[in-house]
Ligand binder design. Structure first.
Ligand code: HEC
Length: 477
């Protein structure tokens, strides 16, 4: 060992020991960063003795894997201490997520300047558009569906089904009572593909039938169908209910969203804040379900023959499916699910597959403590795309209209916290491009490819929330 390398080794050893002393074993990630990294990389990651971590210049590689590696192994000869041993793999993973979040925050203003509309016109890679407001009112609007006459139905989460027609909105009377609890309430609405013949409208919502879980009232996602006659909900039929022993008192992650395909109805139920059930096939939470459109269970569902399994399960390991749609050409079913802090996912749903929650994830806990360092595991499918930081995804839709020809068959994804509308280009079952087409116009809960070829979105802003229906229409630049 040369004299120089000996000195460096000693210096590194002292540095590691000194920093290891400050180390917080299980703290939140911002604390972890401030105590261990800020002295060299700056309190805001702006750099100092160590390089800036928010300038998007990555000397040692830009992937999560590269960044984790440099934290783990350090660059001792330049004064970056190796953290292997001092920090756990979970903590290193949470620091990578944190560095990604801080990069996004640092870029926020620049992103907004790039996407800001000018004179009411939004410019994107292929098309320019204007945003037109069609109606608004107090309350959180959740899902939108069109009827053949061009009018549309909109769910309001606290239990109202609106019919918007000719610029006016009216309430549909007599819809079922919903359980308003946390993120629950009246959620999804869709018409049957043969609506013009059979008149069926499907609703997805959270119900409480008197179940108790952990000494508190509990509820679950359910599906019914009915018809609308003269502004009234009639002919209701029960399509899918979960037995009370599986109901949860948790306030989150109800899922829903429907896809009708070949006589089947696909929909999701989130983990309902009960993670252990998600990898357990005997429980309905954390799953995509497949039933016939009248509620019967198909005999060829993947786990029908598995003892004790919940027979409607189609795929599992989902945290909170908030968007579901079928590709117009391939017929593939695409899903988006809300990750924790980081790790919102886009998945291609395949029969019987495990999507990994809560064993693998690209996110961490909301309070910044690590969840796991595992992003991959054999037997668990990878997302086709993920966001870190999260955009807080909600409804999705493949665009099928003619008004924006370059967007045909692209997948539009809404973001709530991020207030973003994303356009994903999908080729051969892979996400090959992601563009933000709109930002900062309100929290987006749903997007719909309208029969007029325009794109309809539900926006929610302010407090108390004002929900509105808007549409994107082509504009000249
Ligand atoms: C004693 C000072 C020091 C501390 C403490 C320190 N670093 Fe560093 N770090 C450096 C230096 C110096 C470099 C740059 C090496 C170079 O220029 O090649 C660096 C480089 C890095 C890089 C690579 C950046 C790139 O461009 O690829 C990352 C990532 C990083 N540090 C993360 C961390 C994290 C996370 C912590 C806390 C757990 C930490 N560092 C603590 C000094 C430090």
């Amino acid at each position: 060992m040369t004299y120089r390398s000996l000195i460096l080794t000693i210096a590194t050893f002292i540095a590691t020991a000194a920093f290891a002393q400050n180390r917080i074993g299980s703290g939140a990630v911002d604390e972890l960063y401030q105590k261990n990294c800020a002295s060299c990389h700056g309190q805001k990651l702006e750099g100092g003795q160590g390089s800036s971590l928010i300038d998007d210049i990555w000397k040692y590689g830009s992937t999560d894997h590269d960044i984790a590696k440099v934290i783990r192994d350090g660059v001792p000869e330049l004064g970056m201490v190796p953290w292997k041993g001092a920090l756990t793999e979970e903590q290193i993973r949470s620091l990578v997520i944190y560095i990604r979040e801080q990069n996004q925050l640092a870029d926020k203003e620049a992103i907004w300047q790039r996407l800001k509309p000018e004179g009411g016109i939004f410019k994107t890679e292929h098309h320019a558009f204007k945003l037109e407001e069609l109606g608004k009112g107090e309350g959180i609007l959740w899902a939108i569906e069109f009827l053949p006459d061009g009018s549309h139905l909109v769910t309001q989460r606290d239990g109202i089904l609106w019919h918007f027609k000719d610029g006016k909105r009216s309430k549909i009377e007599g819809i079922p009572e919903v359980w308003q609890h946390g993120q629950g309430g009246l959620l999804e609405v869709q018409r049957h593909p043969n609506y013009e013949k059979n008149g069926w409208i499907y609703l997805g919502y959270s119900e409480n039938v008197g179940a108790i879980d952990r000494d508190k009232p509990a509820g679950m996602t359910c599906v019914v169908r009915g018809r609308i006659k003269d502004g009234k909900w009639v002919d209701q039929q029960e399509i899918f209910h979960v037995p009370p022993q599986f109901h949860s008192s948790g306030g989150g992650h109800y899922g829903t969203r429907f896809v009708f395909k070949d006589g089947y109805l696909f929909f999701g139920i989130g983990d309902r804040n009960r993670e252990p059930g998600v990898q357990d096939l005997t429980q309905p939470n954390g799953k995509i379900h497949r039933i016939f459109d009248d509620g019967r269970i198909p005999e060829d569902n993947p786990f029908v023959a598995t003892t004790g399994a919940y027979k409607s399960v189609w795929s599992f390991g989902h945290r909170n499916p908030q968007g579901l749609d079928m590709h117009p050409e391939t017929g593939d079913i695409w899903e988006v699910e809300h990750g924790p802090r980081g790790g919102d996912e886009v998945n291609l749903i395949v029969k019987a597959q495990n999507y990994g929650w809560p064993v693998i994830t690209y996110g961490m806990n909301y309070n910044g403590t690590p969840k796991t360092d595992k992003t991959h595991q054999e037997g668990m499918l990878q997302p086709k795309h993920y966001w870190n930081p999260s955009i807080a995804i909600c409804g999705i839709e493949f665009y099928e209209g003619d008004q924006f020809p370059h967007w045909k068959n692209d997948l539009f994804v809404t973001g709530m916290a991020s207030q973003e509308l994303h356009r994903l280009v999908i080729e051969d079952g892979e996400v090959v491009h992601n563009e933000i087409v709109m930002k900062n116009q309100g929290r987006l809960r749903d997007v719909h490819s309208g029969p007029d070829g325009n794109i309809y979105v539900l926006l929610n802003s302010g407090s108390p929330r004002i929900g509105s229906v808007h549409r994107l229409v082509p504009a000249d630049t």
